[in-house]
Ligand binder design. Structure first.
Ligand SMILES: Nc1ncnc2c1ncn2[C@@H]1O[C@H](COP(=O)(O)OP(=O)(O)OP(=O)(O)O)[C@@H](O)[C@H]1O
Length: 502
């Protein structure tokens, strides 16, 4: 490589007692896609935050296009063309698409904001990047894929030359991922460089020109990119082999129904009848808008149930609010955990305990059993290997994936009868994912039932006893998972769709 666009030399970062990064080295050329892999807490965000100028390194140098970045703040680095597109949407949902593209830097004419130019330029840029969205439409009404593309278009609008994508594919469908990759490849062909962070080894192999693995703050370049395989990358990330967890061989008793749903209706859900067996993992499948996610939200009282009944253990349950659902023994892990649950200023122990306060940890006269709460937090920290110094560390000192594990622990610790998991392993590294799946399967052996909603069909087929396919708000079919393959699963899903539209 003659003159790399970005050169990171011997960079280290220390946060208090934590050495997050040690002697990292990295060169990236214009038009190169470099992927960063590593377990939760390995140091990936730390490295890209240092490059973007979110905080300074403790040691080492970062040079971009010949400029030493040490003295440049985040805005000066943006001017040079470095853009960080974080894990969680950084668009402004209540502004228009065009306003988002211009990101506050609105052109003026005669002292007034020049809306016609703004909308015209935005329309041209959307068309140039193949996004079919109205520049005057609100960002909150965009699909998740268009919202993610918009983040990238905004970066391009302001002259990005290196775009850092921190887990951009989480919760996207396979089709949406392919669409995003095609978009990234087009920009690469025009000379834009990318740093791509992901826990999905397949997509890393698919997209990247070069790959590095971070483990405990140390960086390992993947030397032989051309012959790298998922197994090889998995071993580099985990520091050993990853054993995949699978559902148990014996099936739940079909006559032992824990939850009986009759005629359930809510926004996007039409008349659902369904029995959930005790100890069962029921996989939920459907395209966005099929009613799959809406059904889960209604069962947790997050969307209003307009008619129908739900019986748990033969008892009619009230689903007036999520709080009430938790009291009834129904817990829900939202796919959008960041928006719906993290208390950044509280510590890990408080974040795990907060949902149990309504019931499981209350003693007589309403006092909380704080000692038991601490024991439970400690137990989950050990079982799910949450990376923190102690359970009294503030949440915002944990890496993104470890915060997710805290939220999963929070819901598990309410000891629900029915656990609804919506993309439970998004943002979670390949080893931690297996730890979470094992914990869920262990709880089903003690009689808990689970609804499992994910776009990751490989994962779903490993855990589900049966699969429920949703289409147009209804249950289109229910199928036993008798060693189904991904191809069979997508075939059933697509034929349901065709039957519904015929
Ligand atoms: N502001 C902070 N204060 C203290 N420790 C921090 C801070 N930010 C990060 N750390 C620690 O630095 C280490 C690396 O975290 P980092 O966020 O870089 O991990 P990551 O590889 O991006 O993980 P994930 O896949 O979970 O996003 C972790 O142990 C984390 O707890």
């Amino acid at each position: 490589m003659s003159q790399p666009l970005l050169r990171v030399t011997n960079v280290s970062k220390i946060f208090g007692a934590t050495r997050a990064l040690s002697g990292a080295n990295l060169d990236i050329a214009a038009g190169e896609i470099h992927s960063l892999l590593g377990r939760n807490g390995a140091g990936k965000s730390t490295l890209v935050n240092i490059i973007a100028g979110v905080y300074p390194q403790t040691e080492g140098d970062v040079v971009f296009d010949g400029h030493d970045l040490r003295k440049l703040d985040i805005f000066a680095r943006q001017k040079l063309g470095i853009r960080l597109v974080p894990q969680h949407e950084n668009s402004f949902p209540d502004l228009t698409v065009a306003e988002n593209i211009f990101a506050g830097d609105l052109p003026k004419k005669n002292g007034l904001v020049d809306w016609s130019t703004i909308n015209e330029v935005a329309a041209q840029e959307l068309a140039a990047y193949g996004v079919d969205a109205d520049p005057r439409g609100m960002v909150r009404d965009l699909s998740s894929i268009d919202a993610r593309k918009l983040n990238i278009i905004r970066s391009m609008h302001s002259g990005a030359r290196l775009i850092i994508l921190d887990e951009p594919t989480t919760a996207l469908t396979t089709r949406e991922r392919e669409e995003l990759f095609a978009f990234v490849r087009d920009l690469k062909a025009m000379g834009t460089a990318f740093i791509f962070i992901s826990h999905y080894l397949g997509e890393v192999l698919d997209l990247s020109d070069s790959i590095s693995v971070l483990r405990d703050g140390l960086m390992y370049p993947v030397e032989d990119r051309a012959s790298a395989t998922q197994e090889h990358l998995g071993e580099l990330v985990a520091g050993g082999q990853v054993e995949l967890t699978r559902r148990r061989a014996e099936r739940p008793d079909p006559s032992d129904v824990l939850v009986q749903i009759r005629g359930l209706r809510s926004a996007g859900v039409e008349d659902v009848d369904l029995g959930i067996r005790r100890g069962e993992v029921l996989g939920i499948i459907g395209f966005p808008g099929s009613g799959a996610r809406e059904f889960c939200r209604a069962l947790f009282g997050a969307d209003r149930v307009t008619s129908g009944t739900v019986h748990l253990e033969g008892r009619l349950v009230r689903l007036s609010s999520p709080r009430q659902a938790l009291r009834e023994g129904i817990a829900y892990i939202s796919f959008d955990r960041h928006r719906e649950g993290i208390m950044p200023l509280m510590d890990v122990n408080e974040n795990i305990g907060i949902s149990s306060h309504a019931g499981a940890l209350r003693r007589a006269w309403g006092f909380l059993d704080l000692k038991r709460q601490r024991q439970r937090s400690q137990q989950y920290r050990d079982e799910l290997k949450i990376k923190c110094n102690t359970i009294f560390d503030p949440m915002d000192s944990l890496s993104g994936g470890n915060q997710q594990k805290v939220l999963v622990s929070r819901l598990l610790s309410t000891q629900p009868s029915l656990l609804i998991l919506d993309e439970p392993t998004v943002g979670i590294d390949i080893l931690s994912r297996e730890e979470i799946i094992s914990k869920v399967l262990e709880l089903t052996r003690t009689g808990m039932s689970a609804l499992y909603l994910t776009n990751d069909y490989e994962e779903l087929l490993r855990v589900a006893d049966r699969l429920v396919f949703f289409d147009e708000g209804r249950v289109a079919s229910v199928v036993d998972n008798d060693d189904l393959t991904i191809e069979q699963l997508t075939q059933i899903r697509d034929s349901n769709k065709e039957a519904a539209s015929a």
